[in-house]
Design a protein around this ligand. Sequence first.
Ligand code: G6P
Length: 303
Amino acid sequence: MVDIDELDDKFSIEGEVGFAELEEDLVFITVSNKYADADICLYGAHITSFRPHNSMDLLWMSPDSCFEVGKAIRGGIPVCFPWFGPHKTDEEKPQHGFARLMYWDVLSTATNPAGETIIKLELNSSEETKAYWAHDFRAEMTIVVGKTLVETLKITNTSAVSFDYTCALHTYYSLSAIESITIEGLKGLTYYNQLTRENGVQEEEKLEITDGLTRHYLNTETPVIIDDSAFRRRIKVDKKGSKVTTVWNPGAEPCAKIGDLSDDGYETFVCVEATNAFDYPIHLAPGESFETSAIIGLEEKIF
Ligand SMILES: O=P(O)(O)OC[C@H]1O[C@H](O)[C@H](O)[C@@H](O)[C@@H]1O
């Protein structure tokens, strides 16, 4: 059980970091500093809100999201680990792994000299994780809340044998309207189109989303920009330690079939994900670690 008073005693920072039961029974860390406000749910190490002080929330949350143990939160930044998508051999196992379905422990909270807040969470292998995946591992999540939000998933192989994993930081971005945005930075890249199961190459300078779309852009480590003219903002989506950029919007029909999304939910979000999957799993020998980061913020305006 998570004891809020104990967490408060150990990890709160006055006026900056607190703990609260938001959304039914789930425990959240609330962060507020000179740059931004953020909410992080300990269940899933799931960031549900990032609000730089000069902007509305960059992250989108479904008003119909579940907030209960055993179900994934819809919106924010789900953490997909140790597999991305459906399990390869056992369809009973949860889509996108189990990391988003477990409570993570708080390791530390701190303020750095620049006034940014640093939260560290961890999830270690246990009997519970081994029911899904046999390996010993340590997952450490570092979240830096500043002008940008930096989320880093570090996986260490703590077992005596090598393993492979796949993962994603599956960010939902809040939009004025899906038809009003374009995504820059994907031109010339090869993608796997999950809906047609074929590869394609993006010819267009800017991606416009006019229908349901699930594309995994392969072998790319460069940032993209979500240009939202109606909201008058450009969100810069950067990453490190990720070879695949996934862009997902369900479109109208599939959206209507997803229980924790309203029928028109697809209209106001797009997912742009820092992924390692398909031909790019991460291989870790015993003792090795690997880090995957999402770096999210507003592009500086040039006047
Ligand atoms: O509904 P979820 O399990 O959270 O997955 C949401 C989506 O995640 C990824 O973007 C996958 O490529 C999609 O196929 C999937 O529908």
